[in-house]
Design a protein around this ligand. Structure first.
Ligand code: HAM
Length: 421
């Protein structure tokens, strides 16, 4: 008896042909769109020193407290698989002196890791497409990010999304707001869940985001950050809303929207869909004007977002993904035909004709069956009789109609035939 076959870890998913094509297409649309908006690609390390995330996302955030994959490496150093991309981009930006470069807009795609309870649209290894603008304070950059997000999802043919926005204030207006919220929560302790009781002491804004019925009721009349926004935060938020209106982008104000990562200041947003069930956020982000400084850099404003690729894929109709070009299946009958057809196979592939070749030892019927199962549009058949006549048979796999081509000009004839299709 052999040992049990392995299977992937819970919350880790293989992307098989069929589904993977969708992802490749999402990635290619992302590259095109983000580049049109002036973003340059950046790829950062997947494993980082754990402190990077403790300091940026926040030691009391759920992500750092209970979701990050953290372990000691062989050098005894505490390291974590990145749970998100922003901290790593800022780390790389500082480490490589990008502060002096002309490029301020970056985008990335790749895996992130959080030990959450897996369910539809929530995995432990998930993938984000993210964008960060570092060094820009003006509200028009928040608007630029949101327009990029809306345009990208539109290019993927995803409709029915809602853009929810809020302002979370700044170091000037957040502390008095926090105090007001804590005062409000202290009077409703009996209604809060255990997590929120703890949160109300260490991270009270997160209580606004609790999904539990009791907590939702308890915070129904809670003070909101926007009511306590200082003049600068209020003006910034108004300019962002006006900018969205100018671009004809619909949004709704959600005064209770808060984020699970501690670095946000001013604008915060989520792009949500009711089609996703509990995991309604397809994308989320906001401004993080204090993060660069927190990570040891100069005071530098920044804004960004990340999109969950699994959730995008769930929302996309399979019909929008372009189908690959039809396949030409080459059927060699015998070793001589195999040898003769190999150069044609190579030449056609060099010209981007999607080709596959059968096993020269297999029978015609078996090879045609395989061509059929692969969904080939045409089969090209050559056996000893065709070689003797310097010819090849091109068979339409749907209509079964056949025509004879010349072996000496085979690749050119096929190319002109496929072009005229
Ligand atoms: P986030 O809200 O934690 O923000 O994640 C952004 C998006 O990633 C979510 O809206 C969701 O679509 C997806 N996502 C998060 N966790 C999972 C999961 N376990 N499974 C599947 N998808 C998931 C950030 O990560 C920030 N770094 C965004 C940002 C960039 N803010 C500024 N710049």
């Amino acid at each position: 008896m052999g040992s049990q076959p392995f299977s992937a870890l819970r919350g880790f998913k293989d992307l098989l042909p069929g589904e993977a094509e969708k992802w490749v297409w999402i990635e290619s649309v992302a590259r095109e769109t983000f580049s049109a908006f002036g973003f340059a690609p950046i790829r950062t390390a997947i494993l980082e020193t754990s402190e990077l995330f403790t300091r940026s996302i926040g030691a009391t955030s759920d992500i750092v407290e209970k979701e990050t994959y953290t372990f000691d490496d062989w050098d005894g150093r505490k390291v974590s698989l990145r749970p998100e991309g922003t901290a790593s981009v800022v780390r790389a930006w500082l480490e490589h002196g990008l502060v002096n470069g002309v490029q301020r807009k970056f985008y990335y795609l790749g895996p992130m890791f959080r030990h959450e309870r897996p369910q539809a649209g929530r995995l432990r290894q998930f993938h984000q497409i993210g964008a960060e603008v570092i060094g820009e304070a003006a509200p028009r950059h928040d608007v630029e990010m949101l327009s990029l997000l809306c345009d990208f999802t539109a290019r993927l043919g995803i409709g029915g999304l809602t853009l929810e926005i809020n302002t979370l204030g700044c170091p000037h207006c957040r502390p008095p707001y926090r105090t007001a919220l804590q005062r409000y929560l202290s009077e409703r302790q009996a209604d809060l869940c255990e997590d929120c009781l703890r949160r109300s002491a260490v991270n009270p804004l997160r209580v606004l985001d609790c999904k539990k019925e009791g907590c939702r009721k308890a915070v129904a009349d809670a003070p909101c950050p926007v009511d306590h926004a200082c003049g600068a935060c209020g003006d910034h938020f108004k300019a962002v809303c006006d900018g969205l209106t100018d671009l004809g982008l619909a949004y709704c104000l959600n005064p209770k929207l808060v984020r699970g990562l501690d670095y946000y200041t001013k604008t915060a947003f989520e792009l949500t869909s009711t089609a996703l069930g509990a995991q309604s956020a397809v994308a989320a982000g906001g401004r993080y004007d204090g993060l660069v400084e927190t990570l040891g850099g100069p005071p530098t404003p920044a804004v960004g977002f990340a999109i969950g690729m699994e959730r995008l894929a769930l929302l996309m109709s399979p019909d929008v993904v372009p189908r690959p070009a039809p396949l030409l299946f080459i059927v060699p009958l015998g070793a001589a035909a195999g040898r003769l057809l190999s150069p044609a196979l190579f030449q056609l592939r060099q010209k981007n004709v999607r080709c596959e070749m059968g096993d020269e030892a297999a029978k015609l019927s078996a090879q045609l069956k395989r061509a059929d199962r692969l969904g080939a549009a045409h089969a090209l058949i050559v056996g000893d009789a065709e070689i003797a006549q310097n010819s090849a048979i091109l068979r339409n796999m749907t209509t079964k109609a056949q025509q004879t081509l010349s072996l000496s000009t085979l690749a050119d004839e096929i190319l002109s035939h496929l072009a005229g299709r």
